[in-house]
Design a protein around this ligand. Sequence first.
Ligand code: UDP
Length: 325
Amino acid sequence: MRILVTGGAGYIGSVVAARLVEAGHDVVVLDDLSTGHRTAVPGGCAFVEGGVREHAAAVLAGGIDAVLHFAAKSLVAESVARPELYWSGNTGASLALLEAMRAAGVGRIVFSSTAAVYGEPDSAPIREDAPVRPATPYGASKAAIDTALAEHARMHGLGAVSLRYFNVAGAYAGRGERHTTETHLIPIVLQVASGERGHVAVNGTDYPTADGTCVRDYIHVADLADAHLLALEHCTPGEHQVFNLGNGAGFSVREVIDTCREVTGHPIPQVDGARRPGDPAVLVAASDLARSRLGWIPRRPGLHGIIADAWAFHTASAAVGGPAA
Ligand code: UDP
């Protein structure tokens, strides 16, 4: 297939683009490089630099069978401070993409949705039929796109899949997390391990969990990529399907830091701090649906292995002077 990957210079988009190329697909990456890196775009992909709103129609007119849509803004705190950027950059741009797909007769899309659409869940693990009630503009901007996909499927025959990611980590084929503004736990802890930061702040120690810190479900980026390739095959005209992607196992912030100590051999100083606004206590996926309907089997579910891959990427990119901060 000839596939448009928006956001294919970013962390997750570039890993999926690499897997698509390996699987023999013809890939066009569209990315404005606002947070991605040109060097992350896999060899063998065509590359168009620019925004979805401005450039998707022209790329789609060139003949595309399916779209994988990763391009988005994803800083939760920024979304609280500047919600308009998220309504425009996420929801608005996605609506423009859907219009361009309809105009060009492109009928399949796999969309990067998020566990943030569920907000503070009533129970764990979270199934796909749990109430959607996002607690932040970031989550709301993605939930709105999920709704638009459902309606485009119902009214216009689109075949759409929303994949709701839990906490993605790890690295694949030289591609990993390297954000200029880093907010995610594992890369921050690895920066402490490598001496780029002095300590990690634990965001809240009074949550109703076993050790008082937040519990998350960490999934390897290569397993996440596998789910995208399967979802692409399972796009069905007129249907909007939703799948949660996680391993179904929760790890606390303290457990993650301890595992990073084991993997790296560094002491990793930590300082207990206040809660981060909007953080739910426990986010763990029920991913039975992805397993049964897509045939998805996570091959790297262990936290130790996920962190070991992230650490290998981190040390390699630091060695070549990559923008790891
Ligand atoms: N966290 C933390 N210190 C940090 C970064 C994150 O304690 O420097 C916590 C964060 O508050 C949350 C968990 O680690 O409870 C996972 O956060 P992350 O930003 O990686 O992912 P999120 O679950 O917010 O998508």
